[in-house]
Design a protein. Structure first.
Length: 342
């Protein structure tokens, strides 16, 4: 071949390497699904069944990424959990409306195909799908030299769920005197990492030399799918909220009806060590509550008489507890008292 000829590979895109990755994904999915009829990894589209047991199915769709938590993965060279975060960010939103996740697709864009890194990311995505009981049915991997710096990448995910029309969780079910429960988070999840990285840079903190931060900052987001679906199936939920970007106030108010108010007692919140560490780095309470989940990964709104029935659906680590109640009022969320960091 004439060395002067221009080729896609010379421009930085290696289609052969990308094909190897697609074949790797296809082999995993074929083995896992037992050569199901609709397995079409590597094709132009994937076909999936809608669960037959649902009488009047409604489709719910969500998409999200994991933000700059990716930079933490790059910093410590650990990629096998970031895929769990990716799945969690979408499926935790789906279940807010009572939808069961049925399929997931990923998009990975990277400066140069790195099979070891991509396989590690995929490992997390597959694990996240397994936890949430949905299928990874396809995706896209884009090699983008010039757009991303050496070693850099981004990931995004798209989830589709289905819910029976009669089981949709909506604002109309939330009433005065309902209780607001907090389900603990298992850490930072996937929000607020730009602020965290800013602190690390300004204070010149090397997390590779700090075992606590190294473990906490890469800890994958807790997936709440099974617990929420089981509660909804048992008709124990009036509403719920995934506590992501914007914190407690911004996410809870999305599910509160007009003329009702979720009154939250911040002193009831059980904070985690990582949030106490963040608070010590000159971040005000208002900023903490707006940026991070502060120990509350998910919120439930329930009838008071159902309180004693809730705990059996959760492991000891994630048992819900009361942090507020629904009252009549002109604002949708009222934060009372102060959060305890010690």
């Amino acid at each position: 071949m004439n060395k002067k000829h221009f080729t896609y590979k010379k421009s930085g895109v290696n289609i052969a390497a990308a094909d190897k990755f697609v074949n790797f994904i296809s082999s995993i999915q074929t083995k896992k699904r037992g050569n199901k009829k609709f397995n079409n990894i590597g094709g132009f589209g994937s076909i999936s069944d809608i669960p037959k047991a649902i009488k009047n199915p409604k489709i719910v769709a969500c998409t999200d990424g994991v933000g700059t938590k990716i930079e933490i993965a790059n910093l410590i060279n650990k990629y096998d959990t970031i895929g769990i975060d990716l799945v969690a960010m979408s499926v935790n939103d789906l279940v807010v409306q009572g939808a069961k996740p049925i399929l997931f697709l990923d998009y990975i864009s990277i400066n140069k195909i790195d099979l070891s890194k991509l396989k590690s990311i995929l490992k997390g995505i597959i694990k996240g799908c397994k936890i949430s009981n949905c299928e990874l049915v396809g995706g896209e991997t884009a090699e983008m030299p010039g757009t991303y710096e050496k070693g850099k990448f981004d990931i995004a995910g798209f989830a589709v769920g289905v819910v029976d029309q009669k089981k949709i969780l909506n604002k109309n079910k939330i009433k005065i005197n309902d209780l607001v429960l907090a389900i603990p988070s298992n850490g930072i999840h996937s929000n607020g990492y730009s602020l965290i990285r800013h602190i690390l840079k300004k204070k010149k903190i090397d997390i590779k030399k700090n075992s606590f931060l190294k473990k906490e900052l890469i800890r994958p987001t807790k997936i709440y799918v099974k617990e929420i679906l089981d509660l909804n199936k048992s008709k124990l939920l009036n509403g719920c909220a995934n506590i992501t970007g914007g914190g407690l106030e911004d996410n809870i108010k999305r599910i509160i009806p007009q003329n009702l108010c979720a009154e939250i007692n911040l002193s009831k919140i059980k904070t985690l060590k990582i949030f106490k560490w963040l608070r010590q780095n000159n971040i005000q309470d208002k900023e903490m509550l707006k940026t991070f989940n502060c120990g509350v990964g998910f919120c439930l709104v329930i009838n008071p008489e159902n309180l004693h029935k809730i705990n059996r659906y959760f492991s000891k680590e994630f048992k819900p507890y009361v942090i507020g109640n629904i009252i009549k009022g002109p604002i949708k969320v009222r934060l009372n008292d102060k959060i305890k960091w010690t």
